[in-house]
Write a protein that binds this ligand. Sequence first.
Ligand code: THU
Length: 133
Amino acid sequence: MTEDDLVAAARAVRENAHAPYSRFKVGAAVRAASGTVYVGCNVENVAYPEGTCAEAGAIAAMVAAGEKRLTEVAVIADSPAPVPPCGGCRQKLAEFGAGEVPVTLATTDGARLSTTIGALLPGSFDASHMERV
Ligand code: THU
């Protein structure tokens, strides 16, 4: 199986996930405008709502490094079918990536689903909605 670098990065960081409650480890990787890849994994908490998703971790790493534009996304989990990002993560991705940004959803056994940020969050709320014409 050949695998692109972004999926490989997501696969590697998934191993570090802290998911003792769901037992569902997720890895995410985003490529920023500079070309640098940032990774994140889900980090759960005994107070369940305090857990964070893999995508949120990758985005936080990108922003902490001083970058604000992502050009590609990959998410991976050990699931029967590629796992789509939750609603909150779709909004977080849309904050930093244009609608046409490619998103690869992957499973650990090699399944792939290719989509885009725009397809994941059609009709999204953005800054233009706060402007009066
Ligand atoms: N999770 C992610 O990290 N990303 C997704 O795209 C789907 C869900 C995490 C949240 C929680 O730690 C676990 O998966 C089960 O929902």
